[in-house]
Write a protein that binds this ligand. Sequence first.
Ligand code: AP5
Length: 250
Amino acid sequence: MGEPMGTQASTGSIVQTKTSNVGPVILFGPPGAGKGTQSKRLVELLAIPQISTGDILRENVAQGTEWGKQAKAAMESGNLVSDDIVCAMVAERLTKPDTRRGFILDGFPRTVAQAEWLDKLLCGKLFESTHGHVACEVPPVVVSLRVDYNQLLQRLTGRRSCPTCGTIYNVYSKPPKVADVCDLEGSKLVMRQDDREEVIAGRLKAYEQQTLPLETYYSAQGRLLKVNGDQPEKRITEEMLSLIEHGNHL
Ligand code: AP5
């Protein structure tokens, strides 16, 4: 890690070099915390890819792949997909060369078993011969986005996204200029199937029971960095950049 990754100019805007190594960044938080929103902002600033297991799974379901067929029922009911499928997807994605400077994991790991698997992968204990480039030259930075549970329901039921460019809107907090139409692409915005109220309850339960224990897991490693996700998007991004930079120098 040579030069600093990001600095804040006196105007408050973020100046980014986009050239230094960032390493793995894990974005952790409940459904609706803003992981996808912040990942997209960090992709722009850090020029590293977002790896969203939710997006990869939805693509597989839409394309009717074997993974998609196996994952569909769990996703529709708000449950987690099996660790085997999700880890295999992540392993495959990490072989791509765009991950060499770093990558943002959005929604992974989500169970302690996934976190243990990732630790081994990043330390080169798995796939040493074929996936050597993901060995942890820099350890992962784990950022936990924390949002009041009462806010989450409104965020999820109000979310709409562009099927063409993936831009995320919210009918309450970040509406498009024209109702239900993407500002950038002009496409009709869509609501995710699992953003129906009856499914959201299951997702929040799965988060509490299976994902929240990861806070203890990463705290024990001294890696859990907390950000108040109930702030304006830009402010959250600035705090995250600062933590990512600091985390890489631990
Ligand atoms: P996934 O797609 O990962 O969904 P999730 O974790 O439930 O998270 P969301 O995408 O719903 O929320 P987000 O935190 O990204 O919030 P966003 O930025 O969109 O997973 C879906 C399913 O796939 C799972 O249920 C499971 O079945 C399966 N799956 C995925 N990964 C898995 C894994 N590792 N293991 C097993 N199964 C897995 O923001 C939400 C809304 O809030 C938006 O409208 C946005 O505009 C708004 N918003 C964002 N930030 C702010 C802010 N600061 N202020 C006000 N509004 C804001």
